[in-house]
Design a binder for this molecule. Sequence first.
Ligand code: ATP
Ligand code: MG
Length: 651
Amino acid sequence: MSSATTSSAAQGYPPSEEFAAQANAGAQLYDRADADRLAFWAEQARRLDWATDFDQVLDWSDAPFAKWFVGGKLNVAYNCVDRHVAAGKGDRVAIHWVGEPGDSRDLTYAQLQDEVSKAANYFTAIGLVAGDRVAIYMPMVPEALISMLACARLGLTHSVVFAGFSAGALRSRVDDAEAKLVITTDGQYRRGKPAPLKAAVDEALGTGADAAASVEKVLVVRRTNHDENLPWVDGRDVWWEDTVAEQSPHHEPEAFDAEHPLFLLYTSGTTGKPKGIVHSSGGYLTQASYTFHYVFDHKEGRDVFWCGADIGWVTGHSYLVYGPLSNGATEVVYEGTPNSPNEHRHFEIIERYGVTVYYIAPTLIRTFMKWGREIPDAHDLSSVRLLGSVGEPINPEAWKWYREVIGGNKAPIVDTWWQTETGAIMISPLPGVTVTKPGSAMAPLPGISANIVDDHGNPVGAGEQGYLVLDKPWPSMLRGIWGDDERYRETYWSRFAEQGWYFAGDGARYDDDHALWVLGRVDDVMNVSGHRISTAEVESALVGHAGVAEAAVIGAADETTGQGIVAFVILREGVIDTGEGLIAELREQVSVEISPIAKPREINVVPELPKTRSGKIMRRLLKDVAEGRELGDTSTLVDPSVFEAIRQRKA
Ligand code: ATP
Ligand code: MG
């Protein structure tokens, strides 16, 4: 593939000597993994406690269905909770929880062990057995994490459904997984106000002939207490406080096979019908735990980690639950939105708990930029020593702002590339080792093998765009799509079937220094008069303009050029839309930064962009707007009403 883009090797940021001297990772980690990949993974697996040791690291004989740590048995919840208590760390805070209305609660590892045990005892009491599925449809309350861990403890496979999703989205996931139990709350806070949630469960599960056949119980945590007459189905619905809370805090965990399915998670559906991604126990926990230790340079007993993701997203699974807790970390869990009650919320929390490692999505960084730096500047953020980014390519402008304003001009940034399907971080700098470049995820982690190839599977040269493939299996890889082996092969393994590579769906390129740049989905690569242009790069150029806070770019069908570039931009706070003058400036900006070919045909200034729960822009829906079609599936959008405003403002 040829590339119309020119942006390349930017100036690098080497780690400070001070950071490097104390870092968990050293350059030799790559050498050790290269020397013997499977031995390296076995060593990482042994960071966990196994009830029965494994006798084979990888069985790939039935590819693409992998088995890792064959013969090994472990209990995931024991590894995340009990073993820290057994090691005398029961008094350490596991979770500093902050509610949206400002209430808070600390849970030590010993308390977490009690709470998880009680929930496990209740789940057993209602007849659930290992292998059953449980749907968790909850805001970010401690009971959500407790429920996940209680499922893990019993070998129940959990399926967390984002609490911002509609009843319809919940129903399709409950049915697909045939969940027996649904755990929810009476309501959830949304920008300071209680909103019903249990009502959506009732709507989803239906009654009579339409009732969800698999569901036996609905367990309800009291959160908002907003409705005295909460609709109730006798026999099906129970309060957490009347059931779980009454159980014994003692529970003996049982060990499960390394391959036992720990959870299902439906992908966000940026590209189509959600898929139930299946994750394992041993391999998944090994990589979640390993990456947390090295990528976030975690120091037990000293760091305070904060991942801003929701548990409804894979980042919330791996870096709010399994990664940090398996490492005995102390972490912040925040229930609400970043601007509730006002834009200071995140920075107040960082200050209050002395957060040292902070991990969020680029969309939030750009939102902070839009609000203005005087907000973070009003707080003491000096505890922050490491920053992480995930979810989308981070544009260099946002990267630099993040480092300077939040990271005190010294905190290294780890730009982590991975997917629901990969289970844990795959491509990222190692803090203290890697010389980073703003906007680049840099290199596959030790033990991970990736490549960038052309249509025929040949490696592309420096500067050329290609397909990002994972050419060797990894421990936390998905084990399939729930109930659909064919779709699993077809979706991930058919593009490079001959070579047996996993194709991730993303495009990427190496620069002259062999730094890896993820360019976003290949479906999002535009073809303008035969030139392949990445949406991410045009967006990055637009956001490079001082007036622009966020940008989304799509290729719309165009009679003369094949595709024409259409952009949607949000302006920063206080910037005045000067109409044609601004548009001309923005087009010029893209022309200079990338190429005249990449100049958008049309630029629309809009108040909001359509996003998924994990903060990703739904480009396919913008494409529907640009091409004048009916909107496709909007069920995973946070706020479908944004389209009214977009339509009004569209040129
Ligand atoms: P769906 O697969 O249903 O369309 P999705 O791909 O948005 O949804 P996720 O698994 O949450 O669901 O997101 C993974 C994708 O996010 C990656 O394939 C990539 O496109 C993007 N991504 C994640 N992290 C990064 C990163 N650090 N840099 C660039 N892109 C990233
Ligand atoms: Mg995806």
